[in-house]
Design a protein around this ligand. Structure first.
Ligand SMILES: Nc1nc(=O)c2c([nH]1)NC[C@@H]1CN(c3ccc(C(=O)N[C@@H](CCC(=O)O)C(=O)O)cc3)CN21
Ligand SMILES: CC(C)C(=O)C(=O)O
Ligand SMILES: [Mg+2]
Length: 271
């Protein structure tokens, strides 16, 4: 019985962590195996990101990803964790039209997946959506700075919040806090402005390429584990070389099968 008493991470733990100066850690996950590994290791939250468009489905951007595609992935992750807080990323085209549309999409994720919160992109422009979802009792993680769903509008993978952009970033940060977001992702912003936003807000800031002076960090797990083809954004630290490990394993397997080294006696069923 005792080991069933793993205390789940909840929104108040994000707030408490900020107040206590304890860093929050997050990774993306899209399947039950990685979710279970990261959860057991003690990660605080898992984001089922629309970055699945890049890393699961092989699109060049997140734009083609649909709610129907993310729901089964999110259900797999939410079903695998004992402690981690699971955030469902709302994809491009599933919340922008109106607060009603945003709430409808958030309801789908909450009812059909077991996620604990939703995330959507945009500051001032998404504030009414955030407010509506929060009023329905669903926690919202906001996402400002570089917002990948707007990459064509922003002109590429551009650092946000520099120069004149600092005021816009601060306005976006204040807007999502006022709208009731429990945390905010700051993506690809200079460390100084991220530090300023972090100091000004009561809610925790989660950095993705925002330097160390934020309340938590988040990375796309396949970048972090070196599973991709080597091209990762500057802000990524690769903690493993899964691309190399799996390449070596596949090469060895192909050679073993060719030479009948695999299967060996221990892999055969007796007559
Ligand atoms: N695998 C993956 N990792 C991510 O971090 C990520 C996704 N996919 N998909 C959704 C968004 C898109 N993001 C990205 C994608 C590319 C860069 C990038 O290549 N940045 C370059 C500089 C800009 C450029 O030349 O395009 C860098 O070196 O930081 C950054 C963020 C972050 N998110
Ligand atoms: C990069 C993070 C913030 C994200 O939105 C995603 O993985 O989709
Ligand atoms: Mg995303």
């Amino acid at each position: 019985m005792a080991d069933q008493a793993v205390k789940r991470v909840r929104t108040r733990h994000f707030q408490n962590a900020k107040e206590a100066g304890i860093k929050i850690t997050g990774l993306t996950s899209y399947d039950q195996l990685t979710a279970s590994i990261f959860d057991s290791a003690g990660i605080d939250f898992l984001l089922v990101g629309d970055s699945a468009g890049n890393v699961v489905f092989g699109h060049g951007t997140t734009l083609p990803v649909t709610v129907d595609e993310l729901i089964p992935l999110t259900r797999a992750v939410a079903g695998a964790v004992k402690r981690a807080f699971v955030v469902a990323d709302m994809p491009f085209g599933s919340y922008e039209i109106s607060p009603d549309e945003a709430l409808h999409t958030a309801f789908r994720f909450m009812k059909e997946t077991g996620a604990h919160a939703v995330k959507l992109e945009g500051g001032v422009r998404s504030a009414e959506q955030i407010r509506r979802i929060v009023e329905a009792g669903i926690p919202v993680m906001a996402h400002i700075g570089f917002t990948p769903q707007s990459e064509h509008g922003l002109g590429g993978h551009m650092i946000q919040g520099r120069g004149e952009g600092a005021e816009k970033l601060l306005a976006d940060a204040r807007a999502v806090e006022d709208a009731g977001a429990f945390a905010v992702v700051l993506e690809m912003v200079p460390s100084g402005i991220a530090a300023q936003v972090t100091k000004e807000l009561r809610i925790p800031t989660i950095g993705v390429g925002a330097g160390p002076h934020v309340d938590g960090q988040l990375l796309v797990w396949t970048d972090w584990a070196g599973l991709g083809n080597g091209r990762v954004p500057k802000f990524v630290k690769q903690y493993a070389d899964l691309h190399g490990v799996l390449t070596d394993a596949a090469t060895a397997y192909i050679a073993d099968v060719a030479t009948e080294s695999y299967p060996a006696a221990e892999h055969e069923y007796p007559e």
